[in-house]
Design a protein around this ligand. Structure first.
Ligand code: FAD
Ligand code: NA
Length: 378
């Protein structure tokens, strides 16, 4: 298998690098161990005729104009401001917490920002420099909302209570003192008209790119020849044969997606309903037909159970894991001509826009080529 550039993984990170290098005239070989391209953004039309995401709902949102322009080269997008409801005490309430959330949960009639700030001041438990996730939440919303909306949800999501996680995992949760019920507040919020997979098909549709599916890099690494750069977007610990994980494994959380057909037009009133309580084991139910207002006779719902087994999705950010990661990172810095890119290789949670941005920046830093120059060469 001969190529100028070898890329391990066909998610956002791998696809951006392949797209850029192919247009710069390099022969690119992508190895992908799954049977499809797109990484965790992969979507497809299911048996009910509904566009569903195999690895959980993917909402695109960004404040980065250059990323927004880049993704628009590969698809038309329709505006989609994501909203999430949570089922708490048998009611559906908006999250992030806003005026309507507390009004519904506590039977209040707060109507102004001042009243909401006052409510928060009365209920929150101010903690200077929160040491862990629990303190971060208590500092923001206080013990009652902590118990109803955060404590068990965090346990389900991470298999750890908030006090066992870094403050950073939870101190970014927004609390709104108005009635803004959008989940994100970025400038650009949209979904691709024909799904994400089509974007990847278009990015990789170039005579210089060869994609080998069902191919694990570690099974074929000895057969690769001629390349000058290798980009690795898989888990960093796997690359180094888990050598720093003999006693303590680098932890990831995975999700078990359980899909069901429901024989009615709709199952729930919103695309995503979170279940922060103890009464069920899943964290949320996604009903895909809401996205883009799809039409179908029946509906598909997917329950998400967070687990330890399965594909790695979320790094578990605590001191122990970060210390293990650091050892791998030092190792990675020493490997010549191999670049560790993306979510799993950096042991970080990246939203899609950040993954696009990182890969574009890496290309520019290595090739010193502005996007404009690249297009001129075509
Ligand atoms: P990945 O998509 O993980 O791609 C890595 C690829 O490498 C995979 O296809 C894998 O099979 C392949 N690979 C790994 N090891 C090997 C090997 N040894 N040989 C060959 N191939 C290999 N972001 C948002 O902006 N909005 C959202 O709503 C959102 N929702 C998400 C929901 C979930 C459940 C998850 C997990 C992520 C979500 N994200 C979301 C984040 C988004 O999925 C990532 O930003 C994006 O997928 C990162 O792309 P990547 O290329 O770094 O990694
Ligand atoms: Na998501």
């Amino acid at each position: 298998m001969r190529a100028d550039v070898v890329i391990i993984g066909s998610g956002i990170s791998g696809a951006v690098l392949a797209e850029r290098y192919s247009k710069a005239g390099k022969k690119v070989l992508i190895l992908e161990k799954r049977d499809h391209i797109g990484g965790n953004c992969y979507d497809y039309i299911d048996e009910n005729g509904i566009l569903v995401s195999k690895y959980g709902a993917h909402l695109f949102h960004t404040d980065m104009k250059e990323v927004w322009e880049y993704v628009n080269r590969f698809s038309d997008w329709y505006p989609w401001e994501h909203k999430v409801l949570a089922k708490v005490d048998d009611q559906l309430v908006p999250i992030p917490v806003n005026i309507n959330t507390v009004n519904k949960l506590f039977g209040l009639t707060i109507s102004t920002e001042e009243e909401m700030i006052e409510w928060l001041e009365k209920n929150r438990l101010p903690i200077k420099d929160p040491k862990n996730g629990k303190e971060a939440v208590l500092d923001k919303v206080g013990p009652v909302l902590y118990e109803k909306m955060f404590r068990h949800y965090t346990k389900k999501q991470w298999d750890k209570y908030p006090e066992e996680l870094n403050a950073s995992v939870l101190n970014r949760i927004p609390v709104r003192t108005n009635t803004d019920d959008r989940y994100f507040s970025d400038r650009f919020q949209a979904l691709p008209k024909h799904g994400y997979t089509k974007i990847f098909e278009k990015m990789l549709d170039h005579p210089n790119i060869t994609v080998k599916l069902n191919t694990d890099y570690f099974d074929v690494m000895d057969k690769l020849i001629g390349y000058t750069k290798l980009f690795y977007t898989g888990p960093i610990d796997r690359f180094f044969e888990f050598k720093h994980s003999l006693e303590d494994k680098l932890e990831y959380r995975s999700i078990n997606f359980v899909s069901e057909t429901v024989d009615s037009e709709f199952f729930q009133s919103n695309s995503v309903v979170n279940y922060p309580g103890r009464e069920v084991d899943f964290t949320r139910i996604v009903e895909y037909k809401h996205f883009g207002k799809q039409k179908s006779e029946k509906t598909t719902i997917v329950k998400e159970y967070t687990t330890d087994e399965g594909d790695p999705y979320y790094p578990v950010l605590n001191e122990k894991n970060l210390a293990i990661y650091q050892k791998y990172q030092e190792e990675a810095a020493k490997v010549k001509d191999v670049y560790f890119v993306g979510r799993l290789a950096n042991y970080k949670y990246f939203n899609m826009d950040q993954a696009f941005k990182n890969a574009l920046d890496l290309f520019h830093s290595l090739e010193g080529d502005s996007d404009a120059n690249l297009e001129e060469k075509l």
